[in-house]
Design a protein around this ligand. Structure first.
Ligand code: 5GP
Ligand code: ZN
Length: 112
């Protein structure tokens, strides 16, 4: 499968990892939009939130707990941060492997 995030998972593509365990991996976004911009992904290829299945419940819970850990490691929990997952065309999803952007390190705005 030609998925860049699967390639990051299996080491075919390099990445600056900040967290990894059996089920998830987190790494720096190649084109950061804030001082802290991390991508957290499940190692399992899932296209987006829309493709999550009941059997993935535990994995998704684990991914959120891992986001907590990484946010703490990145030092953004006190001042706050944002977790975003884009879905499909209107959501401007460009990589079709489920990923959560962890964005922070500055005052964020909310505009569309
Ligand atoms: P999306 O637009 O799908 O929500 O986000 C995809 C994100 O992946 C973008 O923020 C983009 O900068 C990042 N990205 C794309 N290709 C690579 C890559 O090869 N390595 C890393 N670390 N990030 C990537
Ligand atoms: Zn993938």
């Amino acid at each position: 499968m030609d998925c860049i995030f699967c390639k990051i998972v299996n080491g075919e593509l390099p990445s600056k990892k900040v967290y990894e365990d059996e089920h998830v991996v987190a790494f720096h976004d190649i084109n950061p939009i804030a001082p802290v911009h991390i991508l957290m992904i499940p190692k399992k290829h899932i296209q987006s939130v829309l493709a999550i299945e009941p059997e993935d419940k535990e994995l998704i819970g684990h991914l959120h707990l891992s986001l907590q850990k990484v946010a703490e490691e990145m030092g953004v929990t006190e001042q706050g941060f944002r977790i975003v997952t884009n879905i499909g065309e209107h959501g401007q999803q460009t990589v079709f492997h489920l990923h959560y952007h962890l964005i922070g390190g500055k005052q964020l705005k909310w505009t569309m």
